[in-house]
Design a protein around this ligand. Structure first.
Ligand SMILES: CC(C)(COP(=O)(O)OP(=O)(O)OC[C@H]1O[C@@H](n2cnc3c(N)ncnc32)[C@H](O)[C@@H]1OP(=O)(O)O)[C@@H](O)C(=O)NCCC(=O)NCCS
Length: 356
């Protein structure tokens, strides 16, 4: 069995419609000043298509970067908490749209930690179960579900997708160590309780997707939980903070990321921060940030990248990636989303009407 699962391809797909903080202030009692100063977010993307469309385009771009085609994929994991349908999985929709007919497919829902969880699972399946071409995608269409009368949560999220391809390798590369966890005792801090089999199906708001949210509690637990998992990862590898070249954290709040960097004594120049452009895209944040770091030339061959995330559950995870040799794509894909001729507020107009 191979020792490592190297990352050989990467791609992202951000929907084109932009919703600024000023747009947000036209539909609820908020302001650019509040959102920017409390969260670091300036704007976010609003998707005009289901999550699986974003995932498929990101996936095809990642495959092109690895010099592969969809039929090569034997394992497809989609990290999402905003599935196209509950049955079947979003991964099945993605398989069909991409033409990845030879892949075993499943969704993994670990909230915003979904990408780290999925990367860990795919790495293990390559190292222990003989899979050879794994595609791991984080994708979300959260704006579709948001309740636009709940200003504390509605301003924080956005849509998008990011993907990586993993292949077996004997050279030290890919995810070298990871630690995953969950604080189930605090699951009520971030819960959508009126959607699913635990809800009363016949009450009036059943099927709405109202995010109940205790931002302060999550904030505290996020910094503590990520730091705990990071310490375990570094200790497993006998690394110290100085061995980290770049941190690619989950993007939920710029202040959480700054606290984490401070805690690790790593300067913000070594941290990828793109929350200002996209808000929190949940399971998509880390792969999107990874792709952007590569595009900007911030990752060199052999670099050590630290990932850390937390999310609904309250899940948490951290992982350390040793980047392989190649930092440029082998080819570009011509995959594109269908054109969008609406503004973000136009896409959301029915949802805003029904939730206000
Ligand atoms: C949500 C979050 C940005 C709030 O920041 P905060 O500094 O803790 O703000 P608070 O919750 O203390 O709210 C402060 C005030 O702003 C108000 N407020 C909340 N949302 C607002 C908005 N969108 N616009 C304007 N005011 C708002 C509150 O009502 C509160 O008013 P009050 O003091 O009169 O009661 C922050 O707690 C956070 O990022 N938490 C974690 C994020 C997260 O969990 N993401 C999802 C999981 S990955």
């Amino acid at each position: 069995m191979p020792k490592y699962a190297n990352i050989t391809g990467w791609g992202k797909c951000m929907p084109p419609a932009v919703m600024t903080n000023d747009d947000m202030a036209t539909i609820m009692d908020t302001s650019d000043e509040w959102i920017t100063s409390r969260s670091g977010i300036s704007e976010r993307r609003v998707s005009h298509v289901p999550a699986s469309d974003l995932a498929s385009v990101a996936g095809l771009r990642a495959l092109a970067a690895a010099g592969l085609v969809a039929e090569d994929v034997d394992l497809l994991i989609v990290a999402t908490c905003t599935p196209d349908t509950v049955i079947p999985s979003t991964a099945a929709h993605v398989q069909k749209k991409m033409g990845a007919a030879n892949a075993a497919v499943f969704d993994l829902n670990a909230g915003c930690s979904g990408f780290i969880y999925s990367l860990s699972v795919a790495t293990s399946m390559i190292r222990a179960a003989g899979y050879k071409k794994a595609l791991v995608i984080g994708c979300e269409r959260i704006t579709w579900f948001l309740n636009w009368s709940l200003r504390d949560s509605a301003v924080l999220f956005g849509d998008g997708a990011g993907a990586v391809v993993l292949e077996p390798s004997e050279k030290e590369s890919g995810l070298l160590a990871s630690h995953l966890g969950c604080e189930g005792d605090a699951l009520d801090a971030l819960i959508v309780s009126n959607f699913g089999t635990a809800g009363d199906r016949f009450v009036e708001n059943y099927g709405n997707f109202d995010v109940n949210f205790d931002g302060r509690e999550i904030f505290k637990r996020a910094v503590r939980g990520m730091a705990r998992e990071i310490r375990k990862v570094l200790s497993d590898l006998e690394f110290s903070n100085e061995d980290i070249d770049l941190i690619i954290p989950h993007q939920a709040n710029a202040r959480i990321i700054e606290s984490l960097a401070h805690h690790l004594s790593v300067p913000m120049s070594q941290v990828v921060l793109n929350i200002q452009n996209y808000g929190n895209t949940s399971a998509a944040t880390i792969p999107v940030a990874l792709v952007e770091a590569l595009d900007e030339g911030r990752i060199k061959s052999g670099d050590r990248l630290l990932l850390a995330a937390f999310g609904a559950g309250l899940t948490r995870g951290a992982g350390l990636i040793r980047w392989g040799e190649r930092t440029t794509p082998l080819a570009q894909s011509d995959a594109e989303l269908p054109p969008c001729d609406q503004t973000a507020l136009e896409i959301l107009s029915d949802a805003i009407k029904h939730t206000q």
